[in-house]
Design a protein around this ligand. Structure first.
Ligand code: SF4
Ligand code: SF4
Length: 354
């Protein structure tokens, strides 16, 4: 697809854009050009979700969201934002577009896929007088898409709806649809730039951006939070906060920064206001496949292996040979050796358990 913005510059802009740069504002003219030249349409569907990903997209202010949706992204249908609703919208804006443009539209999915009770936990409309469940809509429409963009951790990896006990049988999109290219743009919610940038890439170049092992665009998810955290000096000096509000690294309070991949430390949230650890929270690792099925506010002795973590935290104290390969680096190992961070003891009992 012809565009004046070459792919190398596009990646640099997306990967390098900091809070001061409005990514959607910068990309808008190029996307308008692509849409005018006949870029594929975009359909947005919602399954088991809190709509937070859509709300996050609505935080794109430069240009404002109306501009993004109507002129920048050729968004054909969105359950909350489209004027059309009900039977007509499902027929005309979803099924008809999919049937008349096979393999020539992109499908955005927000939310996990409830599969329990034949999908009846998530009714999304009617077609030909019959109820349509989200699982069927997804397979009908998704199987015809050029690619599916999973926006948010729920559609990407299952997220909160698929966490045990999972009574609705929620699954990630990848467990329901096979043989269609997928991009995962996780986050709970994802940053608006991650969504706009990924959409811009597929609209401008007609193909998928480079992805990591978990299907995430590398241009946004190639860095580990811990490497760029403002509290990193505390970590290096083994100063650990014991309660929220204290100075110090948040590791002991459950920070997943050593494992989490995203660029929030430089991109910042809410138009450059702040990011998760800087505002006093731990990083909850919301972009990782394991989220949220881990103790949110406890240091994890047995962190599931991720792309940059092939051993557990406690194993660091034993298997130091592999430590340089870890995003955590030698500092944590040093702290383990000196006893400043001790492996959690198996027989450690929680206060009040006796
Ligand atoms: S563990 Fe968390 S708070 Fe501590 S330096 Fe790493 S990212 Fe920052
Ligand atoms: S810093 Fe952590 S909690 Fe914040 S968006 Fe990134 S992965 Fe999610």
């Amino acid at each position: 697809m012809p565009t004046k913005l070459n792919r190398r510059d596009f990646i640099k802009i997306c990967a390098g854009s900091a809070a001061a740069i409005s990514l959607s504002g910068y990309l808008a003219p190029f996307m308008k050009e692509a849409v005018a030249a006949g870029a594929p349409q975009v359909i947005w569907l919602q399954g088991a979700s809190c709509t937070g990903c859509s709300i996050s997209l609505l935080n794109t202010v430069h240009p404002e969201i109306k501009e993004v949706l109507t002129k920048v992204i050729s968004l054909t249908y969105h359950p909350n934002l489209s004027a059309a609703a009900g039977d007509l919208a499902l027929q005309e804006a979803v099924y008809k577009v999919a049937e008349t443009n096979p393999k020539n539209f992109f499908l955005v999915v927000e939310g996990a896929v409830p599969t329990g009770a034949d999908g009846r936990y998530c009714m999304v409309g009617e077609k030909d007088g019959e109820h349509v469940v989200f699982e069927k809509l997804l397979t009908d429409v998704g199987s015809k898409a050029k690619a599916i963009l999973n926006f948010g951790t729920c559609s990407a990896y299952g997220g909160i709806p698929a966490t045990e006990p999972n009574p609705t049988g929620c699954k990630p999109v990848s467990a329901v649809i096979k043989n269609v290219p997928l991009v995962n743009v996780p986050g709970c919610p994802p940053h608006p730039d991650w969504m706009v940038g990924t959409l811009a890439h597929v609209l401008l170049y007609g193909d998928l951006p480079e992805l990591d092992n978990f299907g995430r665009p590398k241009m946004f998810f190639d860095t580990i939070i811990h490497d760029n955290c403002q509290r990193r000096q505390y970590f290096d000096n083994a100063i650990f906060a014991k309660t929220f509000g204290e100075m110090g690294c948040m590791l002991e309070l459950g920070c997943k920064g050593p494992y989490a991949h995203c660029d929030a430390t430089t991109r910042l949230w809410n138009h450059g206001a702040n990011w998760c650890v800087q505002c006093g929270s731990v990083c909850i690792g919301c972009t990782e496949p394991q989220f949220p099925a881990w103790p949110m506010y406890e240091r994890m002795p047995d962190m599931p292996a991720g792309p940059a973590t092939s051993v557990t935290m406690d194993a660091l104290g034993i298997g130091l040979a592999g430590v340089t390969a870890l995003g955590i680096g030698g500092h944590l190992a040093g702290n383990v050796i000196t006893g400043r961070i001790g492996p959690r003891k198996k027989d450690e009992t929680k206060e009040g358990e006796n």
